[in-house]
Design a protein around this ligand. Structure first.
Ligand SMILES: *Cc1c(COP(=O)(O)O)cnc(C)c1O
Length: 390
């Protein structure tokens, strides 16, 4: 019989029934240290008391009204994001792919409205990931995601990530925007050089292109700043946010300058569920916690400690680990053994991680992770690596 749940995922054979902070408990009673955070989503860990309280309170008041009416929670979350970023305005949706989709539509709409309707092409990077809708798999450009889904949505050109000359050479009269992740996540924790990101800004300005950053994975404190592009001191015109924003409640946002969003008027875009009161109650609380004085500095500090521990492991087990990558609490182990083998053994030893491209194991602890949990994670890694190396 065909599985009742469509078998689109290669799932590990474990189910969780409870979570608290950095830990999960499976239905067969085992405890796991969660250094995957549901792919960088549970930024405040599992069942953070303030998120539970915010969701409970909102659940007893109002769930959904639709975007036919004002939603005060959207106004508060948008104001918070605008206050802390380059953006003047935010559109709320339910996922990362939808956030990127809004960015892509805005890019076309902007050029259409400013007298350049022929400019619609977006230059993207090889190794990118932007979601699984038809347009976002085209933007990602990965063969494994595109195969069988022809025709590919038109309008995306790919150049090697980090190569400014190749990017400049790809600009043509139809080019509308540049879309990159400041740190490629699914692609294997590949950090864009700050200078590369700054030159993308200058290039976009030189050619009248919009610069779009996909911060779906890197955003909301993951790299030790609210958004990863802050490390480089550049700002995009448009940005996609999701994953950490809801701490586990599905929510996404597209942020933009007033200039980039000038044509996004009534009727131009929409979502039934986007930014509903439940999602906004949680997102508002996530932002309150992440923006508390000292929170991001602590992410940076503990990320540095974890990174140092991983570097020590790499030095001790060079036959299994080639390199440590990343920044803040967005770290990756480039493996010499199969990343999926290492992950399966880590899981058996009680540590959850996430696979990425380029044979990388992603280490994405919740942002509230404590020193003792970092030590425990490093112990499990060390024990596991000694089991797999002769
Ligand atoms: C996860 C991710 C997406 C897609 O998000 P979904 O919520 O799965 O649609 C888009 N871009 C980046 C960089 C991501 O990491």
């Amino acid at each position: 019989m065909f599985p009742v749940v469509m078998p689109t995922y290669a799932r590990a054979d474990v189910a969780f029934e409870r979570g608290e902070g950095a830990y999960l408990w499976s239905s067969d009673g085992r405890r796991f240290l969660d250094f995957g955070s549901g792919v960088a989503v549970t930024a405040l860990g599992h069942c953070h008391p303030r998120l539970v309280a915010a969701l409970r309170e909102q659940a007893g008041k109002l769930w959904h009204t639709s975007n036919m009416y004002r939603i005060p929670g959207q106004e508060r979350v948008a104001a918070k994001l605008v206050e802390r970023t380059f953006a003047d305005t935010a559109f709320f949706c339910n996922s990362g792919a939808e956030a990127v989709e809004c960015c892509l539509k805005m890019v076309r709409k902007y050029h259409d409205a400013t007298g350049n309707p022929g400019r619609y092409r977006v230059i993207c990077a090889t190794g990118a990931f932007h979601g699984r809708t038809l347009a976002t798999i085209a933007a990602g450009g990965q063969e494994k995601h595109l195969k069988g889904f022809d025709p590919v949505v038109d309008g995306f050109d790919h150049v090697p990530y980090g190569n400014l000359n190749a990017l400049r050479a790809a600009i043509g009269p139809e080019t509308a925007a540049i879309l990159v992740e400041p740190v490629q996540g699914e692609g294997g924790i590949v950090a864009g050089d700050p200078d590369y990101l700054r030159r993308l800004r200058a290039t976009a300005d030189e050619y009248g292109l919009l610069l779009v950053f996909d911060e779906v994975q890197t955003g909301i404190g993951r790299t030790g700043r609210l958004f990863a592009h802050e490390h480089a001191g550049v700002a995009p015109d448009v940005m996609a946010v999701a994953k950490g924003l809801g701490g586990g409640f599905p929510v996404g946002a597209c942020l933009a300058t007033a200039k980039a969003a000038q044509a996004m008027v009534a009727g131009s875009h929409g979502s039934t569920f986007g930014g509903n009161p439940l999602a906004m109650a949680v997102a508002e609380t996530v932002l309150e916690v992440v923006l508390e004085p000292g929170f991001l500095a602590e992410v940076e500090r503990i990320g540095t400690a974890l990174r140092a521990g991983l570097d020590r492991l790499q030095a001790a087990f060079p036959a299994a680990i080639e390199e440590v990558r990343g920044t803040g609490l967005m770290l990756g182990l480039k493996c010499r053994m199969a990343n999926t083998d290492l992950m399966a053994r880590l899981l058996a030893n009680g540590l959850l991680t996430v696979a990425a491209g380029d044979n990388v194991v992603r280490i994405l602890p919740p942002l509230i992770v404590r020193e003792a949990e970092i030590e425990e994670g490093l112990d499990i890694l060390s024990r596991t690596l000694s089991q797999v190396t002769p």
